[in-house]
Design a protein around this ligand. Structure first.
Ligand code: UGA
Length: 436
C-alpha cells in the first residue's frame, strides 16, 4: 500500500517507519527542509531505542521515503496519516491547539487524486475528524475521500515494540471502504492476532483520551496510597503487588513516584477536562488526578527538604536522572523541572546527570545547574542524592562509592529502586516513596 505520513515528529516517524517495516511503501512529509535532509541520511532527531536502525533498514530497502513536497507524496497515496503536533493551546486554557492539523488538511486537499483515506493519528479532541472532512471538502469539492481516526498508544522509549505488538488497534471509520483500507494497512498484525476495535470516529477519538486519563488516575491513585503508607508505616510496593495480582486491577502503572510527566498525560488530561466542559459535563476523577499530580511534585520537594534537616538553602543536591522517564531524552513536563526549580529558588545548589536528557534539560532547567559526566561525579561533595528517573544504569550503582563521595549519606529514592533495609544496613539515611 502507498501510505503518506504528514509530520515527522515522534508519532509520525515511528508510525511511518513501522508501516514501512510491515512492507508498505511510505512517504514521510515535513516542512522543515533540514530535518528531511537529515532523515534521508537515516539520522533521526530524537532518541528512541531501535528507531534509527529501522529507519536506515527501510530506506535502504526502498520502502521509506522523505520529502518536503506534498505534490510528490499525496496523489498516489491510498491513505494519508496526519501526525502533526497538537500542543496545548497558546491561550493557556488547556485546549489542544489544532492549527497544524487543520493547516495540513487544507494543504493536502488540492493534491488528492483517487480515493484516499485521511487518518487522524495525532491525539485530537472529539469532532476533529469531522472538521478535517469539512475543510477538505471546502478546499477540493471533487476529492474522493473518507476521514478516519486511528489513535496511537505508543509509549516513548518502547514505541517500536508497542507498535509491532500492540494490545489492540482502534480504528474509527464512517464507511466500509475506509475500514477495508485501514484493515489492510494493519494486516501484518493479524498474524499475531491483534484485536482490532472498529468503531465510529468520535468513539475512536475519545478512546485515546479515556485511556490516558485512566492511566493518569491509576498513577495518582497509587501515589496517594503511597502517601497513606508513609503515614501509617505500610509498604506501597507490597500493596501494589497485592492489589495488582487481582486481574481486575492489573499490576501495571502502579509504581509510585514523583508524579507523571511527559508530553501526553499532562496535556491529554487537561484537554479532556476542557472538551467535556464544552458539553456541560465533568470528569471529576480526572480533575482530581491532575491536582494530586501537582501535589505529588510539591510533596517530593518537602521530602527532600525534610531529609536535609528542614532547609535546602546552601545545600548541594545530586540528581540522578532528569527526563520524565527512562529511555528517552524528552524533558517535557518532567517532574524534575518543578522539583529542581523549587529547590534552587530556596538556595539549593544542584548537580545533575542524565544518560540522554542533558541537552534537553539545559533548555528548561534553571541556569546554575551543574551537569556531570556520570552519576558519581554528581554525588561528589553533595549533601544528598535524589534518584529521579529509574534509568537502568542507576539500578546497580556502586553504593559504597556513592556513600564515600557524599558529604552526608542521604539517599532519596523517588522511584523505589533500592531496598530500604539494605540501604540502611549500608549506612544511608534513606527514604523512598511510600515505604520506610
Ligand atoms: C503514554 C501512554 O502510556 C501511551 O500509551 C500513550 O500512547 C502516550 O502516553 C501518548 O499519549 O502518546 P508516555 O507518556 O510515553 O506514554 O509514557 P508512560 O510510560 O505512560 O509514562 C508517563 C509518565 O507516568 C512518566 O512520567 C512515568 O514515570 C509515569 N509513571 C508511569 C509512573 O509514575 N508510574 C507508573 O506506574 C507508570
Amino acid at each position: 500500500m502507498n501510505i503518506t505520513m504528514i509530520g515527522t515528529g515522534y508519532v509520525g516517524l515511528v508510525t511511518g517507519t513501522c508501516f514501512s517495516e510491515f512492507g508498505h511503501n511510505v512517504t514521510c512529509v515535513d516542512k522543515i527542509k533540514e530535518k528531511i535532509e537529515t532523515l534521508k541520511k537515516g539520522e533521526i532527531p530524537i532518541y528512541e531505542p531501535g528507531l534509527e536502525q529501522l529507519v536506515k533498514k527501510n530506506i535502504s530497502e526502498g520502502r521509506l521515503h522523505f520529502t518536503t513536497e506534498l505534490s510528490e507524496a499525496i496523489p498516489d497515496a491510498e491513505a494519508v496519516f496526519l501526525a502533526v503536533g497538537t500542543p496545548s493551546s497558546r491561550r493557556g486554557d488547556g485546549y489542544a491547539d489544532l492549527t497544524y492539523v487543520y493547516q495540513a488538511a487544507r494543504e493536502i486537499a488540492p493534491y488528492l487524486n483517487d480515493y484516499t483515506v485521511i487518518v487522524d493519528k495525532s491525539t485530537v479532541p472529539v469532532g476533529t475528524a469531522r472538521q478535517v472532512k469539512r475543510i477538505i471538502q471546502e478546499e477540493n469539492p471533487n476529492a474522493d475521500f473518507d476521514v478516519a481516526s486511528n489513535p496511537e498508544f505508543l509509549r516513548e522509549g518502547a514505541a517500536i515494540n508497542d507498535f509491532m505488538r500492540p494490545d489492540r488497534v482502534v480504528i474509527g471509520v464512517e464507511s466500509e471502504r475506509a475500514e477495508k483500507v485501514l484493515r489492510e494497512i494493519y494486516k501484518p498484525l493479524y498474524l499475531i492476532e491483534t484485536p482490532i476495535v472498529c468503531t465510529t470516529i468520535e468513539t475512536a477519538e475519545l478512546s485515546k483520551y479515556a485511556a490516558n486519563a485512566f492511566l493518569a488516575i491509576k498513577i495518582s491513585f497509587i501515589n496517594e496510597i503511597a502517601n497513606v503508607c508513609e503515614a501509617v508505616g505500610a509498604d506501597v510496593a507490597d500493596i501494589a503487588k497485592a492489589i495488582g495480582m487481582d486481574g481486575r486491577i492489573g499490576s501495571k502503572f502502579l509504581h509510585p513516584g514523583p508524579g507523571y510527566g511527559g508530553s501526553c498525560f499532562p496535556k491529554d488530561t487537561t484537554a479532556l477536562m476542557r472538551i467535556v466542559q464544552e458539553y456541560g459535563e465533568h470528569v471529576r476523577l480526572v480533575e482530581t488526578a491532575v491536582e494530586v499530580n501537582f501535589a505529588q511534585k510539591a510533596r517530593m520537594v518537602k521530602k527532600i527538604r525534610d531529609m536535609l534537616g528542614g532547609s535546602e538553602a546552601g545545600k548541594t543536591i545530586a540528581f540522578l536522572g532528569l527526563t520524565f522517564k527512562p529511555e528517552t531524552d524528552d524533558m517535557r513536563e518532567a517532574p524534575s523541572i518543578t522539583i529542581i526549580t523549587s529547590l534552587m529558588e530556596k538556595g539549593a545548589r544542584v548537580k545533575a546527570h542524565d544518560p540522554k536528557g542533558m541537552d534537553e534539560a539545559k533548555k528548561v532547567l534553571p541556569e546554575g545547574v551543574i551537569y556531570t559526566r556520570n552519576a558519581y561525579e554528581a554525588c561528589e561533595g553533595a549533601d544528598a542524592v535524589v534518584l529521579m528517573t529509574e534509568w537502568n544504569q542507576y539500578r546497580a550503582l556502586d553504593l559504597k562509592k556513592i556513600k564515600n563521595l557524599l558529604n552526608e549519606p542521604i539517599f532519596i529514592d523517588l522511584r523505589n529502586v533500592y531496598d530500604p533495609k539494605n540501604m540502611k544496613k549500608l549506612g544511608f539515611k534513606y527514604t523512598g516513596v511510600g515505604r520506610k
